[in-house]
Design a protein around this ligand. Structure first.
Ligand SMILES: O=P(O)(O)OC[C@H]1O[C@H](O[C@H]2O[C@H](CO)[C@@H](O)[C@H](O)[C@H]2O)[C@H](O)[C@@H](O)[C@@H]1O
Length: 293
C-alpha cells in the first residue's frame, strides 16, 4: 500500500491509548528471528504492459531477505536494515505527547492498515487473524473517532477478519469502499449510502486473470494467488528465491493479454488509471464530512 501521511501506522498510535502499545509490535514482525521482513515487498506486484517488469526480480531481492542475508544477520546479531528503518520511522508512541499536542483543535479520523498492523504477518494470507484484544482496541478507537480500514485485500475478507460493523472499509487498495453498516455518533445517516466501486466493470477480467494465474503458477511451489476482487495478489513469501524469476515471467506472460490491467512493482495488479489509496482516503473523509486529504 502506498504510504500516505494519514494512513501510516504512526497515525494509528495517535488515537490509541498509550497502554495499547503492547497489543502489536511495530514495525511488523519478522518471519525469522533477526531477519527484517517488509510485508509490503513480499508480494509479486508488477507494472504490466509498460515495460517496467525489468528489474522486478531485482526489486524482490533488494527488499526481501535472502538466505545469505538472513544467515549474516543471525551471525552478526545486528540488523542494520531494521535499525535504519526505525530511525526513519520512529514509533509514534515515543512521541505521543507531541502528537496529542499537535492534534489539539483538529478533528481526527483514523485510517488503519490491516496486515502487519492489526494482524501479524503470517505465511498463509487466509490465516492473518486479528486478536480479540486488538478488536477491542479498534472498537474503542471507533467510539472516539470515525475509523476506516484501508487494505489491499478484498473488502469482505477484511470485514470477516475484523467483524466491526461501525467502521469504514476500503478494500482492493481503495477500489471498494463501504461506509459503516452500523450507525455511530460519527456516521449517523451520512455514512449509510457510502458504497464506492469505480472498477466494477473489471470484475470479470480480474476473475479470468485470477484463474489463469492460479493455473499457470500451480507448478511453482509456495506461490499463492489471491483474488482481491478488484485486484489480484501473487504471493512469493514461501517461494524459493531460485524460482522468483520463473514466477515473475509467468505472471508477466499471463498479464500481457490484459493491457487494461496495471501491474505495479511493489504494489498490485489493478485497473489502469486508478489512484486507489488517496481516493479511498478522500472518500472516507468526505463520507465523514471532513475536508479531503
Ligand atoms: O493492505 P496492505 O498493507 O497494502 O497489504 C496488502 C496485502 O496484504 C496481505 O498480504 C500480506 O499479509 C499476508 C498475511 O500476513 C502475508 O502472507 C503476505 O506476505 C503479505 O504481503 C494480503 O494477503 C494481500 O492480498 C494484500 O495485497
Amino acid at each position: 500500500m502506498t504510504k500516505q501521511s494519514v494512513v501510516v501506522p504512526e497515525v494509528v498510535a495517535v488515537a490509541m491509548p498509550p497502554n495499547t502499545a503492547a497489543l502489536f509490535p511495530y514495525p511488523p514482525p519478522r518471519a525469522m528471528p533477526g531477519v527484517a521482513v517488509r510485508k509490503k515487498y513480499l508480494q509479486a506486484q508488477m507494472e504490466l504492459g509498460s515495460g517496467l517488469i525489468n528489474g522486478w526480480v531485482e526489486s524482490m531481492r533488494a527488499s526481501s531477505p535472502t538466505h545469505a542475508k538472513a544467515a549474516a544477520v543471525l551471525a552478526a546479531g545486528v540488523d542494520d536494515e531494521h535499525t535504519a528503518w526505525m530511525v526513519k520511522h520512529p514509533s509514534a508512541l515515543s512521541k505521543f505527547d507531541q502528537i496529542v499536542a499537535a492534534s489539539k483543535g483538529k478533528r481526527i479520523v483514523m485510517f488503519l492498515d490491516y496486515d502487519g498492523t492489526l494482524s501479524p504477518i503470517v505465511d498463509d494470507p487466509d490465516a492473518a487473524f486479528m486478536s480479540d484484544t486488538m478488536r477491542l482496541a479498534v472498537r474503542s478507537v471507533a467510539k472516539q473517532f470515525p475509523t476506516a480500514i484501508v487494505s489491499g485485500r478484498c473488502r469482505d475478507k477484511v470485514f470477516d477478519f475484523v467483524k466491526l460493523a461501525e467502521l469504514y472499509y476500503a478494500g482492493s487498495h481503495g477500489m471498494d469502499i463501504k461506509g459503516p453498516a452500523k450507525a455511530s455518533r460519527h456516521t449517523k445517516a451520512k455514512a449509510k449510502g457510502v458504497l464506492f466501486q469505480p472498477a466494477s466493470e473489471f470484475i470479470p477480467m480480474i476473475e479470468q486473470v485470477n484463474e489463469s494465474l492460479i493455473e499457470k503458477t500451480k507448478c511453482i511451489p509456495g506461490s499463492k494467488v489471491e483474488n482481491n476482487k478488484f485486484c489480484v495478489s501473487v504471493h512469493f513469501r514461501c517461494v524459493d528465491e531460485k524460482s522468483w524469476s520463473t514466477l515473475a515471467d509467468t505472471v508477466k506472460a499471463v498479464l500481457k493479454d490484459y493491457p487494461k490491467l496495471k501491474l505495479t512493482q511493489g504494489r498490485k495488479v489493478r485497473p489502469r488509471g486508478s489512484h486507489a489509496i488517496p481516493l479511498a482516503v478522500n472518500l472516507c473523509l468526505l463520507a465523514c464530512s471532513l475536508a479531503p486529504y
